[in-house]
Write a protein that binds this ligand. Structure first.
Ligand SMILES: [Zn+2]
Length: 272
């Protein structure tokens, strides 16, 4: 299966550090592979009665993935699969997601601060069923286990909506999970840690740029090199690649290579 995040979630449930998990599965083929894997590890699963279609969106100083619910019969979109050691919990998670209440987050092991945050967001934007990072965040280095920006590159430890990139309870859960990944595959864990400990430049239309080779000085100057991009290079990504420092006032107001960024065309986040 190409989706690491799912493998990690399976690992957490298998080792009972999570009672149930919610997986996003891209295709029929992946679903088949997943069901085989789960059966061979004696894990139970339930498939949701609808699919989700995830769209990337950057609305001003906010980082969002919008998830639209579509019928199971649609060719596009992804399956939502709940897994657990016991079918009761998988079925319960499936049922609870439709009710969208605190119990759903609890069964999936989310911290209560993040559950409250998610429910408040859902009230504000009822049609959105996927992940978002709410602004504002501060100009500082957050714990690498809380880095969710690289999620769609399959590099992520926590799967829930974080109430903030500095959420302490999430960090604790993240570190416990990271220790488990480390036990299983020290090399993979090391690479993951390195990549999550990155400077991330999130752009509105030009994808993500990121690099673990960066430093932050006390006066808000971020020096960096070896930027990688998730999409084909554009004028904007080349602009960041040609330069090697950002002078930042906040995560969404900064100067790079003589050009001022404000109002969300690009955002910076840092993890260590
Ligand atoms: Zn939280």
């Amino acid at each position: 299966m190409r989706f690491n995040e799912n493998i990690f979630e399976i690992l957490y449930v298998y080792h009972s550090i999570k009672q149930a998990a919610r997986l996003i599965v891209f295709s029929d083929r992946d679903l088949k592979e997943l069901s085989h894997l789960l059966k061979s590890h004696r894990l139970a699963y339930a498939i949701q009665d609808y699919k989700v279609k995830v769209e990337l969106e950057n609305d001003k100083c906010r980082y969002t993935n919008r998830g639209l619910l579509i019928p199971l019969s649609e060719r596009h979109g992804s399956f939502i699969v709940y897994i657990s050691r016991h079918i009761t919990f998988a079925e319960r998670a499936k049922r609870l997601e439709r009710l969208n209440n605190t119990h759903f987050g609890k069964i999936l092991g989310y911290p209560s601060c993040c559950i409250d945050f998610y429910l408040a967001e859902l009230k504000r934007e009822p049609e959105n069923h996927e992940f978002s990072i709410k602004s504002p965040w501060e100009l500082r280095q957050y714990p690498f286990v809380n880095n969710q920006f690289l999620r769609y590159l399959d590099k992520v430890i926590l799967s829930h909506f974080l109430c903030s990139p500095g959420c302490g309870e999430s960090e604790e859960i993240g570190r416990e999970r990271f220790a488990l990944i480390e036990r299983y595959d020290p090399d993979k864990a090391q690479t993951l840690r390195q990549e999550l400990s990155s400077l991330v430049i999130y752009t509105k239309n030009d994808g993500l740029l990121y690099t673990p080779d960066y430093s932050l000085s006390a006066d808000g100057v971020i020096g960096y090199e070896n930027l990688k991009s998730t999409e084909k290079d554009t004028d904007l990504s080349m602009h960041f690649k040609r330069n090697n420092s950002i002078r930042a006032k906040s995560y969404c107001t900064f100067e790079a290579g003589g050009r001022l960024f404000e109002g969300g065309e690009a955002l910076v986040a840092m993890f260590r």
